[in-house]
Structure formats: structure tokens, C-alpha cells
Write a protein that binds this ligand. Structure first.
Ligand code: COA
Length: 363
């Protein structure tokens, strides 16, 4: 029988999901019935976690219960920091996060979504502290997840404006259709494996520069460009050298990623609160130059800014070291991973695609 190979699985639908819808033509992201713009402006991480894990935004009691559950997860993970071997000494933050999470066990209660989400926040913050030669800071269960993450990172005061900025980020990246790391989590779950294993696999997938590894390099790019006037020439040089522009392009979106606008607004709000690195204007100039140059090079394939572009500027404005951008992405996305684990478990069908053999035939 004649078969064709779709190496990137584009257009292949592997699940019916209630979690999120990515409309690549119109540039719209809906998370469990809510537009991402409204969620990012109004919801806390607790809200979106409850939305993804239960199907509905919580009321005040539900939000408090979610905050308690996440706080218990952070406290339980902090108690395990001493038993993580050399995980937090890894040079790469995603290596550290993967190794630290790999020490957890479903038998130890860490299969629960709030436990996993709590653990990733603690491990990301603790890795940053250890990397800076400081001791990890214990979680404060009275805090929201976003506030506690900033507290545990500990370099900058967790002011309401900064907490709101980080919460907007975590909410914005919490889920995004059948992206590579989510698919990895679902494949692992489909074998009957546990949630910790699924999240470890997802962290590994998120690490790659074509997925969650882009925002650090976006900031490097902004540093290299230096001034808005240099943007066009710098971009042209990169494309002429055959390199990809980080933070630009997307497998699904044919227009600008709606999350780029959400994060851009969050940065503008921080600027209004007097928190600024001055990089927003530079980023906008580089985005314009990149969009124009990519339009000339690929007239048939619109390539616009994706979520990573303004992630870099937002997290930098929040005072978070660029080495931690991908781990912080995981701290938000784990909400979606855990929701997909629950959904995949309910489906209960092994994901097992086929391959086309192109090797030699036996003599
Ligand atoms: N810079 C330069 N060229 C790019 C590009 C970018 N950011 N994104 C895509 N292209 C090029 C591709 O190389 C391809 O050219 P080719 O046919 O000559 O090989 C063409 O545009 C079409 O690419 P397409 O197949 O539509 O992209 P994809 O779906 O394979 O890739 C990404 C999607 C996200 C992997 C890709 O856009 C990319 O690498 N972006 C930079 C990394 C990034 O920001 N990742 C975070 C994603 S949220």
C-alpha cells in the first residue's frame, strides 16, 4: 500500500480536547472556553490551573483551595531539595529541572497536578539560587504561586506590579494545543505511565530551541542588535548566514501569535509602574525588521513574532536571569501538561503511530 510520511505530524489530529484551541489563521487562543487576552488580564495562576484541571474557573473558595494545594506542593518539594543529588548543580536550567523532577515519585504523592506544579516552581527558583551561590528560599504557603515564585527567586522584591506581570506570563503560557512537550506528555501517559514521568518527558521536549528554548536567545539577539537603528542590518545578516531569527515563526500561526500581544501589554503595564529595562522599544524595532525581512524571504509563508519574543523582554523586565527563561516557561506550562495527562488517561488509548521502512530488503 502507498503511504506518505508527515515528519512534523502537521495537520494530524491526535486527540479531542477540551483544554485549548489554537486558531492559526485568525491568531486566536482559547483556553477551556476563555480567550487568552481576558484570562491574562484577570486570572491568577491558581485560576487557570483550576480551569484546566477541573474545567471551570474557581469561585473565591475554589481559588483559595487551589492556592492551598499549590502551596502544599511547593512545601513538599522544598522538603525534598536535600535528596536531589547533584540535580540543582547542573549548568543548564532545563537539565536541572528535568533531573530534579526525575527524583520525584508518583508513589510519593507527586502524581497530583498541584504537587507537580508546586515542585517545578520550587526547583526552578532553587536552581537559580544555587547557580548564584545562594541558599534556596523556603516557600511561603500564604502567597499566591506567582508571588511565591518571585519570593523564592529572591533577587528582586515581589511588588504587586511584578507579581501581576509574572502571573500574566504564567497564565499566558499555561496551555497551547498539541505542542511538542504536551504531545510528549500525552504519549508517555498513553502507555499507562505516571504523571511524574510524563512531566519529565515534557521538560525534555520543551528544552529544545524550536520550542521553549528560544527566549534566552531572543534576549541575546536584542543585546547583539543594541540599537533600533541597527535592527534591519543585523536581521539581514542573520538570514544571509542561513540562521533562524529566534522568537519569530510558528508551526500553527499564520499571523502574529496572540500571546505576543498579551505579553507586550504586560510589559507596557510594568513600564507604567516604573519598572523598565528600556528594551521594549528595541524589541518592537527588531520585530518590525524581522517581520519585513522574513516577508521578503518567504513571501508565501507569513512568519511573525511568537510568544517567545516578548517572553524574553517580560521576564528580563521582571529581573529574572535569561538562563531561567525556559525553566520559568515550564513552571507555567506544567498546568497544561498535567491537564493533558488527566485527559489522556481518560481516553486510555495507547498512542502508537506507524513508520515507513525505507531500509534495504533482505537478500
Ligand atoms: N527565522 C528564519 N527562517 C525561518 C524562521 C525563523 N524564525 N521560521 C521559519 N523559517 C523558515 C524555515 O526555515 C523554512 O524555510 P525553508 O523552507 O527554506 O527551510 C520556512 O521559513 C518555512 O518554515 P515552516 O516550515 O513554516 O516552519 P516550521 O513550522 O518548521 O517551524 C518554528 C516553526 C517555530 C520551529 C520556526 O518558525 C522557528 O524555528 N522559529 C524560531 C525558533 C522559535 O522562535 N521557537 C519558538 C516557537 S514558539
Amino acid at each position: 500500500m502507498e503511504t506518505t510520511t508527515t515528519s512534523g505530524l502537521e495537520g494530524v489530529v491526535v486527540a479531542d480536547t477540551r483544554l485549548s484551541e489554537v486558531d492559526g489563521e485568525r491568531g486566536r487562543l482559547v483556553v477551556a472556553g476563555h480567550d487568552i487576552e481576558r484570562l491574562a488580564d484577570r486570572a491568577t495562576f491558581e485560576d487557570v490551573a483550576a480551569l484546566l484541571w477541573t474545567g471551570a474557573l474557581p469561585d473565591a473558595d475554589g481559588r483559595a483551595a487551589q492556592q492551598r494545594a499549590l502551596a502544599e506542593g511547593r512545601v513538599a518539594a522544598f522538603e525534598r531539595l536535600g535528596g536531589l543529588g547533584d540535580a540543582l548543580a547542573r549548568v543548564d536550567g532545563m537539565d536541572a529541572l528535568r533531573a530534579a523532577t526525575g527524583h520525584l515519585s508518583a508513589d510519593d504523592g507527586f502524581d497530583a497536578p498541584a504537587r507537580l506544579a508546586g515542585a517545578l516552581a520550587v526547583f526552578a527558583a532553587a536552581w537559580l539560587r544555587v547557580r548564584g551561590g545562594a541558599r534556596p528560599i523556603a516557600p511561603d504557603p500564604r502567597c499566591s504561586h506567582a508571588e511565591d515564585l518571585l519570593r523564592m527567586i529572591g533577587w528582586l522584591e515581589a511588588t504587586p506590579a511584578r507579581v501581576a506581570g509574572l502571573a500574566a506570563y504564567l497564565v499566558t503560557v499555561a496551555d497551547h494545543g498539541m505542542n511538542a512537550s504536551t504531545f510528549a506528555a500525552r504519549v508517555v501517559t498513553s502507555t499507562g505511565s505516571d504523571g511524574v514521568s510524563a512531566v519529565v518527558a515534557a521538560i525534555g521536549a520543551l528544552k529544545g530551541p524550536l520550542h521553549g528554548g528560544a527566549p534566552g536567545p531572543v534576549l541575546d539577539m536584542l543585546d547583539a542588535v543594541g540599537h533600533p537603528e541597527h535592527a534591519a542590518a543585523w536581521i539581514d545578516g542573520e538570514l544571509a548566514a542561513g540562521r533562524r531569527i529566534m522568537g519569530m515563526g510558528h508551526r500553527i500561526y499564520r499571523v502574529r501569535d496572540p500571546r505576543a500581544a498579551v505579553l507586550e501589554r504586560a510589559i507596557a503595564r510594568l513600564e507604567q509602574a516604573g519598572i523598565s529595562t528600556g528594551r521594549l522599544a528595541l524589541a518592537r524595532a527588531v520585530e518590525r525588521a524581522a517581520e519585513g525581512a522574513l516577508r521578503s524571504k518567504y513571501p508565501g509563508r507569513p512568519l511573525a513574532a511568537n510568544v517567545e519574543f516578548y517572553t524574553a523582554v517580560l521576564l528580563d523586565t521582571l529581573g529574572i536571569d535569561r538562563a531561567a527563561f525556559s525553566p520559568i516557561f515550564a513552571v507555567g506550562r506544567v498546568a497544561g501538561w498535567c491537564a493533558h495527562v488527566l485527559e489522556q488517561r481518560a481516553i486510555g488509548r495507547l498512542i502508537r503511530p506507524a513508520s515507513r521502512y525505507v531500509g534495504p530488503t533482505p537478500a
